[in-house]
Design a protein around this ligand. Structure first.
Ligand code: NI
Ligand code: MN
Length: 225
């Protein structure tokens, strides 16, 4: 899997011939100005929850690329009502897609659409393909629910929010890393707004102290697992 960071909580994941875009928020993010949204051709768009900073570019991308939107039932319903394609899921459920297995897991957060409409309950995803598994936590607090994940999945990478205030911060992300039994963490959801600014080097240092790896990359940079 090739995981490209596209700013804030937006990722592109390439698995075999498939492109998955997670939580597209590009056109409204000044820190993602070098990301060319026209280069993205997602076969699937994964949405963790309905907040603006996770769905802003869903309609445009889905319309132009005939993408299948995967999220909770309420969010998929919302986009299907606009004529877009979707696959609804709910917490604890998994499905085998062409790219691999996807499980929708718990997150502790909220999920109202920008206009106040019901966006169901927020979640995260576990993607398993080509004998690798990655956990994308979405916006979440540290939660004991994370301890369920390693009972079934041997994670190769976890993408965790580290910006604090609206989600867990990097100190709690270190504990989350223990809970999920994965020491390789890609940090996201930080520095985009004033309320989630962090000291990046301190965060990386704190992970190092406990023999864990916090990866922080710039928009358009990628890692492969
Ligand atoms: Ni949110
Ligand atoms: Mn958010």
């Amino acid at each position: 899997m090739k995981i490209t960071f596209l700013g804030h909580a937006t990722l592109e994941i390439k698995i075999n011939e498939f492109s998955l875009v997670v939580d597209p928020f590009i056109s409204g993010n000044p820190f993602a100005s070098e990301v060319d949204i026209e280069n993205l051709k997602p076969d699937f768009i994964l949405i963790t929850h309905a907040h603006q900073d996770h769905i802003l570019d869903v309609e445009k991308l889905a319309k132009e690329n005939d993408s299948i939107i995967i999220s909770n039932f309420e969010i998929v319903n919302h986009f299907q009502n606009k004529g877009l394609k979707g696959h609804p899921m709910n917490h604890g459920g998994k499905w085998n897609f062409d790219f691999g297995e996807l499980k929708y897991v718990n997150a502790i957060h909220t999920s109202t659409f920008p206009d106040g409409a019901n966006g169901g309950q927020p979640g995260g995803f576990i993607i398993s393909a080509n004998n690798k598994s990655i956990y994308i936590a979405g916006d979440t607090a540290l939660t004991f629910d994370m301890k369920i994940i390693p009972l079934k999945y041997n994670l190769d990478l976890a993408v965790l929010p580290i910006g604090d205030n609206f989600t867990m911060g990097y100190e709690d992300a270190i504990l989350a890393s223990d809970f999920i039994k994965c020491d390789k963490i890609l940090g996201y959801h930080f520095d985009t707004f004033g309320l989630i600014e962090i000291d990046q080097s301190k965060a990386v240092e704190e992970f190092k102290k406990v023999n864990k790896e916090l990866i922080i990359i710039k928009p358009n940079e990628y890692i492969t697992i």
